[in-house]
Design a protein around this ligand. Structure first.
Ligand SMILES: NC(=O)c1ccc[n+]([C@@H]2O[C@H](COP(=O)([O-])OP(=O)(O)OC[C@H]3O[C@@H](n4cnc5c(N)ncnc54)[C@H](OP(=O)(O)O)[C@@H]3O)[C@@H](O)[C@H]2O)c1
Ligand SMILES: [Zn+2]
Ligand SMILES: [Zn+2]
Length: 421
């Protein structure tokens, strides 16, 4: 039997999976699911790594313990978690960098697992889920589903619904309870935010696509198809910040057909990786903090159609970044720093360059499905290292220290949440 090209590429990419302490279920392939034929009855109390106060180990780290999921509805799916990626948003939330963290909280919203309980109406939804299916959940767990005559939900933009509930640290309407994320044995989520995982995508590579992947996929697709800037039909994109989102930004931009993909990072140390990911050019930006004198800003001036900025800090040389845009180009902020502040934008720059500055939030459920399918077809695979779920706190510290290359993915070692017992 011949190997499909995308599968061959994913097999090659699996060489980018490293493991922190050799979790038994991760071998670059799909986690074993032999126990799914006779699953244990789903628990009513879940277990996970709970944060009770702003993250500051060892005094206040992640503590293993029980929590009560949201109240069950017949739209829900209970998932036995096998994998969960660590997103930059988990850090902001754990540290209360965005404010509004309601402890106790269980973070994690790049979740893969198997459906172990499925509500009675789920089989009649447009994208049904059945017990035993390998499924994923991203950063959103609920929206109003157009029950409020919602402009967003009625136009497949549920990610902007005003009644959206995040996968963790969210409160459901109608006293249904709180949302708890994926550093856990199980998660309970409305089936309309649960996604079937294409068979060729290994779980550890698919997990980061559910948040990081779709967050860059959505603006990259829009910039590619909507912007026709300059006289040349070839499209150039700059990805700023090469972390979990940024490395997928390079991979996806290349796979989408951008003719010039430019990676910008603070320092020199990610150059080799960025080029291996597919970037055509690489510029370290902190070599000179004075934007007027920055050589990268001069070299690249008026040469890109779009910028996707994934930087998690508010200390960004925004004026220098905006100089890179061609007339009509757009800067899309996807990074959300602690406190949410950004440097001021100059009206002279906006008006003079005819440029736009905007933002983008994850993606709609349709875009998540599209992103998963696109990555399966094109053989796009995240660069990950897997960590046993029991090492969650150490993995978060590793991520906080900027040492992730480029996504850390927690693995429940027997694939169905052994730690619950
Ligand atoms: N819009 C959305 O819907 C959405 C979805 C997911 C995540 N996010 C946000 O996107 C941001 C990135 O998430 P991520 O998971 O990609 O995080 P990450 O892996 O930590 O990457 C963030 C990158 O930002 C750059 N950076 C610049 N200044 C920094 C600083 N002072 N401290 C730390 N990093 C700095 C680094 O890139 P270099 O080393 O290359 O400079 C770093 O790799 C976070 O703010 C996260 O909350 C937003
Ligand atoms: Zn995320
Ligand atoms: Zn809505």
């Amino acid at each position: 039997m011949s190997i499909p090209p995308a599968q061959a590429r994913l097999s090659a990419i699996a060489s980018h999976i490293s493991s922190a302490s050799a979790p038994s279920s991760s071998s670059g392939g799909v986690t074993a699911v032999s126990s799914i034929s006779s699953p244990p009855p789903p628990p009513t109390t879940f277990h996970g790594y709970i944060s009770h106060a702003p993250f500051n180990p060892p005094e206040s780290g992640l503590q293993w313990g029980p929590f009560t999921p949201k109240k069950w509805t017949e739209y829900d799916v209970d998932i036995a978690i096998t994998h969960c990626g660590i997103c930059g948003s988990d850090l902001h939330t754990l540290r209360q960098g965005w404010g509004g963290t309601k402890y106790p909280v269980v973070v994690g919203h790049e979740i893969i697992g198997h459906a172990v309980r499925v509500g009675s109406v789920v089989s009649s939804l447009p994208h049904p889920i059945a017990v035993g299916d390998r499924v994923g959940v991203g950063a959103q767990a609920f929206s109003c589903h157009n029950n409020t005559n919602c402009d967003e939900c009625s136009t497949s933009q549920q990610n902007h619904c005003r009644f959206s509930v995040d996968t963790y640290n969210g409160t459901y309407p109608a006293d249904l309870g709180r949302s708890y994320g994926g550093y856990a044995t199980h998660v309970r989520v409305d089936a309309r935010f649960v996604f079937g995982i294409p068979a060729t995508l290994p779980s550890e590579l698919a997990a980061p696509l559910l948040c990081a992947g779709v967050t860059v996929f959505s603006p990259l697709k829009k910039i590619f198809s909507h912007h026709s800037t300059g006289s040349n039909s070839k499209k150039a994109i700059a990805i700023i910040g090469i972390g979990g989102l940024g490395h997928l930004g390079i991979l996806l931009a290349k796979a989408m057909g951008y003719s010039r993909v430019i990676a910008l990072s603070r320092n020199e140390d990610k150059r080799a990786d960025a080029l291996r990911l597919g970037a055509d050019e690489y510029y370290p930006t902190s070599e000179n903090s004075d934007p007027k004198a920055s050589s990268w800003s001069k070299t690249l001036a008026r040469s890109v159609d779009g910028i996707v900025c994934t930087v998690s800090s508010s200390r960004i040389p925004l004026r220098a970044y905006l100089r890179l845009l061609k007339v009509g180009g757009s800067f899309v902020m996807v990074g959300v720093p602690d406190g949410g502040e950004m440097p001021p934008v100059s009206a002279f720059q906006l008006v003079g360059g005819g440029i736009s500055v905007g933002g983008s939030a994850i993606g709609s459920p349709d875009e998540v499905r599209e992103c998963l399918q696109f990555c399966a077809e094109k053989g796009v695979g995240s660069w990950v290292s897997t960590w046993p779920m029991r090492e969650a706190e150490r993995a978060v510290l590793e991520m906080e220290g900027g040492r992730a290359r480029y996504r850390l993915v927690l693995v429940n070692e027997d694939g169905i949440g052994k730690q619950a017992v």
